[in-house]
Every structure is written in structure tokens, then in C-alpha cells.
Design a protein around this ligand. Structure first.
Ligand SMILES: [Zn+2]
Length: 84
């Protein structure tokens, strides 16, 4: 656990051994994006099945609700910098 700059306490996740750890938005588990096999490839994204809950997900990070959140090597959810 750690506190971010807003003073909120956020969890850290076990990402040991993972190349591209991500947090599944569908079930809240962590999986290695480098280990998924795309079921179909598109111009702008890959579609794959999540290894945790076997649901369809894709790699578009700009969706309003992305299918996963990227994690840092420390196991923290990457927060996007907002410009003010
Ligand atoms: Zn999942």
C-alpha cells in the first residue's frame, strides 16, 4: 500500500515476473499482457481473451473504458498525467 499525491491509499499488485503487467477491468485481477495470444489483429488494436476471466478484451487504451489498466514495474496502477 502507498499513498499517492492526493493522499489516497491505493493497493499495489504482485507483478513479479511479468513483462507487461496490467490490471483487468473486468474482474480486477492482474495478468501479463505480453503473454496473451491475440484472437484477431486489427489496424488499431489487437483483440484477445483475458487469461484471468476469459473475456474478450482489446488493446485500445483510448476507449472511455479500457479493458485493463497498465501497471508499473512496482505493481502500481499507472495514472495518466492530466494537463490543466
Ligand atoms: Zn479478468
Amino acid at each position: 500500500m502507498y499513498a499517492d499525491r492526493y493522499g489516497m491509499v491505493l493497493p499495489t499488485y504482485d507483478v513479479s515476473g511479468m513483462l507487461l503487467p496490467v490490471l483487468c477491468r473486468l474482474c480486477g485481477k492482474v495478468y501479463d499482457l505480453a503473454g496473451v495470444n491475440p484472437t484477431s489483429k486489427h489496424e488499431d488494436c489487437d483483440v484477445f481473451k483475458t487469461p484471468c476471466c476469459h473475456r474478450q478484451a482489446d488493446t485500445r487504451p483510448w476507449k472511455s473504458l479500457p479493458d485493463y489498466s497498465e501497471l508499473t514495474p512496482e505493481g502500481r496502477v499507472k495514472t495518466r498525467e492530466h494537463s490543466h
